[in-house]
Write a protein of this length. Structure first.
Length: 177
């Protein structure tokens, strides 16, 4: 029996693959199943539960994270494809305990209710403002097409994005003073 369980453990080990990720500035070397999704690895191996599991089919945007400078749905992303990459999740956004201006804008605009969609919304706002610091309404609508919120009715989320633009500008200004 003991021999059998050792053989089984060896089989499992053989099928595992090594994955190296730098997540929020910290390097991790992990053993994973070849078909594990990034969502599964981040939540279940690295305990980064700010990455939310919603639809699991690329529809709701609750699971988005940055791989390099690209925002991806981690529920559809095979983790091995991120080997060697730098990742940013919602946990890496605040610095030295201070909230990122985008996080603050969501709070100040009252755009956080149950909060389940919020990590995805905040990262999508960062992605939008990084690509386009002066987004028009249609840019915001296009970006948030892939993000579902059951609570806010989106009006406050849109207010938060406009406020985030302002806060990010002020933040940059303060850095230059
Ligand atoms: S959980 Fe990934 S898009 Fe919904
Ligand atoms: S705040 Fe509840 S789903 Fe968006």
């Amino acid at each position: 029996m003991l021999l059998l369980s050792k053989v089984w453990r060896d089989i499992v080990k053989v099928n595992k693959k090594q994955l190296t990720l730098t997540v929020n500035g910290e390097e991790h070397i992990l053993l994973i199943n070849p078909d594990d999704t990034l969502l599964n690895v981040l939540r279940n191996q690295l305990n980064l539960t700010g990455v939310k599991e919603g639809c699991n089919s690329g529809e709701c945007g609750a699971c988005v994270v940055f791989v390099g400078n690209k925002l991806v749905n981690s529920c559809l992303y095979i983790a091995l494809e991120a080997d060697g990459e730098e990742l940013l999740t919602i946990e890496g956004l605040s610095q030295n305990g201070d909230m990122h201006p985008i996080q603050q804008s969501f709070i100040d605009a009252g755009a956080v209710q149950c909060g389940y969609c919020t990590p995805g919304m905040v990262l999508a706002t960062k992605d939008l403002l990084d690509r386009n610091p002066e987004p028009q309404n249609e840019d915001i609508i296009e970006t948030f097409n892939g993000h579902l919120c059951r609570c806010t009715g989106y009006v406050k989320v849109f207010d938060a994005i406009r406020l985030a633009k302002e806060y990010c500008e002020n933040d940059k200004l303060e850095e230059t003073i």
